[in-house]
Structure formats: C-alpha cells, structure tokens
Design a binder for this molecule. Structure first.
Ligand code: BQF
Length: 292
C-alpha cells in the first residue's frame, strides 16, 4: 500500500505557482488576484475560506475576502456578484458553498462571469469541460486528476467506480476519468444512492472514487486486492476525545481498506489539500488567459 500524499503534493504545486508569480513580477506582469465571498458564519465554511486566503498569501497572490450577513437577500447578493464581474482587478472569484437556504444557489452560480469562475461551477464551464474545450475544471476533480498524473498511475482501460453524482465532484470526475488523455481513458460507472448492489460494482473496480459523505461507508470486504482508492469524503464526527470536539472522517474505513489497496488517499491530507492547490492553479490560469 502506498499513500497518495495530497498534503505533500499540494505544497509542491503551490511552490510551482509561487515561482510562476515571481516570474510574472520579474516580467512586469500583474500578480493574480482571487476574491472569495462568504455568506454567514458556518464553521466549516470559515475554515475552508480561511485556508484559501492563507494559501493565496503563501503563493504571493492578492486576495480579497468579502463577508456578508446570513440575512442578505438574494437580490443584494446578485448585485455583489455583478460588481465582482465588472471588477477589472480580479482574475477570479468564488462563492463559498453552501449558501443560506433562502438563496437559490443555482441562480447565484449562473450569475458569475464564466471567465472569472475559477471554481468551474457555471454551466458554460461544465459544458466546455464535458466537450474537452478549454475551461475551468472544478478544483476537487482537477485535484484528483493531478494527483493521478503526478503519481503516474495508469488508469487507461481500467474500471473506475465513482460513488456520488454531485455537480461539484461525482458528476465532473466521472466525465474527466473517461476523457481521452493521460490520466483518462478509464471505463466509468457512476453509482449513487439509488444504485442496486453497489458492493458488486465496487468489488470489481480497479479504482474507486468515493464522494458520498457517509463516514467509513466503504469497508474492506467491498473492494478487491490492489484497488486504487480516492476518498473525497470529509465529515465532521462528534468526538469528545479530540480538542475541537470532533474528528474528520472520510467515506472509507481506512484501516481495513488500506490493507487491500495499492494506493489510497488519507483523510485528512489527501484530496482536500489538492482542492485548495487547484483553486490557486485555476486563478493563475485565469490571470494568464486574461492577458491574451
Ligand atoms: C485535508 C468542501 C464540502 C462542502 C463544501 C484540506 C480542505 C479540506 C480538507 C478544504 C471543501 C473540502 C472545501 C483538507 C475546501 C475541501 O487536509 O484533508 C483542505 O479546505 N476544502 C470547500 O471550500 O467547500 C466545501 C467540502
């Protein structure tokens, strides 16, 4: 079993981005600028946005955090989005999800200028990705592909089972895994909550990508010997034995599944840090594309 060390790999990618920023400065070019919109005070969202802003500082990006009240109206949020679209100093921005229940997430994401949509959630980017056109690829699927690439894992012709059909992870990663290219050319099964006999599928899979959000769902007896495991789950489970009062668990019962795996991502320190690194990568790409 070999660990797919997302923490180490993300630091390496951030180091590369940092050098690219220095090179831009040396050539008299502007530094990439990312903004993040955070509505409300959700604890996990605050942590995620905080680590995005901190990562910007690490690589030398300019960053702007826009904090808005929980009670903000959809109309007011939409006008904020419009202002960000016309802000010429910005290379990209994200709207941290989830949004409060009274706001229609789809409507907000549709309002983002696709050329600034570094999360890749706008339908224009999703469609372009699906058609192999230049786009912004959502950071988590992008991070998984980058991880497979840098560890030189050969997935061509292999059977990949993706668990979960979310717009942000499951659906896009199922498309990317089957696309032509390296990594790519996998044969993909997209499983979800209505899938019959899931374990029959996972037991045959060469690669399993789990983006389900049920802690320790995937057990040792559900996978075959030599499987590659990508665990996208991150659920906070209450546990008084930890200083924060909770522990973060993946979708995979690590101790059992790891024994049968050829490669496996840990949680934390697997896919999560890659997500942050690829958001920065998208912002750098946006900055470079803007110049053309
Ligand atoms: C790690 C996210 C669900 C809903 C909205 C490092 C992150 C997570 C874990 C992180 C996530 C998940 C993010 C680790 C961003 C990934 O060490 O394992 C980093 O910050 N993520 C988000 O912005 O919104 C979410 C998951």
């Amino acid at each position: 079993m070999e660990l797919l060390d997302g923490k180490k790999l993300s630091q390496q990618i951030k180091e590369e981005i940092k050098l690219a920023v220095i090179a831009r400065k040396d050539n008299g070019l502007k530094v990439p600028h990312l903004a993040a919109v955070l509505v409300g005070n959700d604890g996990a969202s605050l942590t995620y946005v905080g680590s995005k802003v901190r990562s910007c500082e690490q690589v030398g990006f300019k960053s702007t955090l826009i904090r808005l009240e929980d009670s903000i109206s959809q109309e007011a949020l939409l006008s904020k989005i419009k202002a960000l679209n016309s802000d010429l100093t910005l290379d990209g921005y994200i709207v941290q999800l989830p949004l409060p229940k009274h706001i229609d997430e789809e409507k907000i994401l549709m309002a983002i200028d696709p050329n600034k949509d570094v999360d890749g959630f706008h339908p224009a980017n999703f469609g372009r990705m699906a058609l192999d056109m230049e786009s912004f690829i959502p950071a988590t699927p992008f991070g998984i592909m980058e991880m497979l690439k840098r560890y030189r894992l050969d997935i061509s012709g292999k059977h990949c089972v993706v668990i979960g059909r979310s717009h942000i992870v499951g659906r896009p990663i199922s498309i990317l895994m089957s696309q032509k290219g390296n990594p790519g050319n996998a044969t993909v099964t997209l499983a979800h909550s209505r899938t019959n006999n899931l374990e029959k599928l996972t037991q045959k899979a060469d690669i399993i990508i789990s983006a389900l959000g049920i802690p320790e769902f995937l057990k040792g007896d559900m996978v075959k010997e030599g499987v590659i495991i990508i665990d996208v789950g991150i659920t906070r489970v209450a546990d008084e034995n930890y200083p924060k009062g909770y522990v973060i668990k993946g979708d995979v019962d690590f101790k059992d599944v790891a024994l049968k795996s050829s490669y496996i991502t840990p949680v934390p320190g697997g896919v999560g840090p890659m997500t942050i690194a690829m958001l920065l990568k998208n912002t750098l790409l946006s900055c470079e594309r803007r110049a053309n």
